[in-house]
Design a protein around this ligand. Sequence first.
Ligand code: SF4
Ligand code: SF4
Length: 360
Amino acid sequence: MIAWLKQKLDAIGSPSLDWIQVETTTHCNSDCIYCPHTIQHSLWEKRHMSIELFDRIVPYLKYTDLIYLQGWGEPLLNPHIFELIETGKKLGKRVGFTTNGMLLTEKSIGKLLDLGLDIISISLAGATALTHNRIRRGTDFEKIITNLKRLSRIKSEKKLTKPAVHLSYLMLKSNVHELKKIISLARKIAADQVVASHPALLLDSRISEQALFNHPDRAAAWRILLEEIKTRAASENIVFAYRDPEPDLDFKSCTENVAQACVLSVGGEICPCVYTNPSLIGKTPSNQTPALYHLFQGQSVPLKPVSFGHIKTRSLTKIWNLKEYVDFRACFNPERMEAGPEVRPDLPACCVTCYKRLGL
Ligand code: SF4
Ligand code: SF4
């Protein structure tokens, strides 16, 4: 009885978050050239999130606005994905996910629409088949566009305004010029929003060389291009948001909104972001031997797992309020970071070498 009451009180005290990101699977049907799933294939642990594990977080979603079913993997491969969406919708939450777009069939789209999915974001890395298919290997640009036209048709047949369709464009030196075509493409498939971002985890020198932010001499020209696209998008009622081509060395936060959001990993760990806990064979937060190295400002640095607790052994409320997690989040409070060195928290090692804390 006391345990039951404690759990109820704990659920009432659950944190008020902008979103909880849930890594529904680490299986993927693509081999994008920049992704740890591809580059570290031999180390990659493929798992689906079970309903039992997802259910552990359900009591603590009370004050969370959005459940985003996304990690390193293709969410539509999880055999329970529709049940997970249904659970979120029954709680009255907004639910969304990002997909590579390859599994958007008549049947899956029908189900997603019937469940009331709020946001679907489609990953692109080019506005032509030649470019996109070279970078997002294993996907097919023409098929994705056909699938998105199908989504748009079924949505209008059902007279639905949801889900909002977003295009998530990964900018590289070799594909940034194709962003010029993205607004007409967005119009064709009735997308509401285009977001252009950078690869944050540079796992080899080839990808590092492709990152816009590693070419400061070209940043001004790229910025002009991106602003032109933004103006054009606005004239067509499409939101176009982009990350600046240059790091902001004075940035005092993290673009992953870690102070107001968290990630439930496929294994059940509560982490600040997807970058701190990729699903690697035999790696746990307590096993601190780095399995993965990435490039940061030209140096090879280890990627150590970070987790603040497992959802099977502690509630989200308790994990969120742990001193170490509170201290971690303080590092992303611009006011605290502006303070003198005696009160300024030390940035965790994983964040010191992360481009997301430089506004990228
Ligand atoms: S679709 Fe996503 S998870 Fe799959 S390989 Fe590409 S980036 Fe990685
Ligand atoms: S700065 Fe830290 S919390 Fe933010 S994305 Fe990078 S590793 Fe994650």
